[in-house]
Write a protein that binds this ligand. Structure first.
Ligand SMILES: [Zn+2]
Length: 240
């Protein structure tokens, strides 16, 4: 339900604060994911349900490369988190624009910051898997690749649902070792391609810092955000 003008509560103590600070607190009140959709934001234009059977968790493709995206449609994905200094900034920028994304989480930091993993899911984003330690699967002994993948899945599942299972609750998996893209390059490529899966890294301070500007650019250039969910995910069933 649109909610454009809900008054932000300011605690009683803040009355004693200098006027300017009170004004700043009120002006910068956090925008929450549950306040979406909201007028004037980029928003999430549609949910794309991806059938896990066509995209097994460990396949030749690290992620569906040929999603049925229309002109000016993009999917936002974030790799290598969660990372406490930067992931909350990324979540804030996404909430600010009412945008939903997919986070490919590394097992070890997920196990160390389960609250952040649960927050990502609670704010409506899709969680995918990105191995345990982010070792290149091409460079480690074949006998260790299964462990690297399964341990990663298990750690993220434990953080999300309190269960150390190697059966992922979401089937999205991405191989580690993907290239970093700078904002300028990103915009340049997007201007040519006009649609696609955007790969970003939430642990990068630079990414967290540029994200609000990038989302604004998408909004001003009439791009639409598509949110990926697994077919069986209850999120897709209730229309969100
Ligand atoms: Zn990665």
């Amino acid at each position: 339900m649109p909610n454009m003008s809900r008054p932000r509560p300011i605690c009683a103590r803040s009355a004693a604060l200098p006027l300017l600070l009170v004004w700043q607190l009120a002006w910068q009140a956090p925008v929450r994911a549950e306040d979406c959709p909201r007028a004037g934001t980029l928003g999430t234009s549609r949910v794309l349900s991806v059938d896990a059977e066509h995209f097994p968790r460990v396949g030749l493709k690290s992620f569906p490369q040929t999603l049925p995206l229309r002109d000016h449609e993009v999917v936002l994905t974030f790799d290598d988190g969660p990372w406490p200094p930067t992931t909350p900034k990324v979540l804030k920028a996404l909430a600010q624009e009412c945008v939903r994304a997919t986070f490919f989480l590394i097992g070890k930091p997920a196990s160390e910051h389960p609250d952040l993993v649960r927050r990502i899911a609670a704010e409506g984003h899709t969680v995918g898997h990105h191995t345990w330690l982010h070792r290149s699967l091409k460079q480690i002994p074949p006998g260790e690749t299964t462990e690297e993948i399964d341990h990663g899945i298990s750690a993220v599942e434990m953080a999300l649902h309190g269960q150390a299972t190697t059966t992922p609750s979401t089937p999205f998996f991405r191989f580690p070792g993907s290239p970093q893209q700078e904002l300028k390059l990103l915009i340049k490529r997007l201007t040519v391609a006009r649609k696609g899966i955007i790969l970003l890294h939430d642990p990068k301070a630079h990414t967290a810092a540029m994200l609000p500007a990038f989302l604004r650019w998408l909004r001003e250039n009439d791009y639409h955000i598509v949110h990926l969910v697994p077919t069986a995910d209850p999120v897709s069933a209730d229309g969100h």
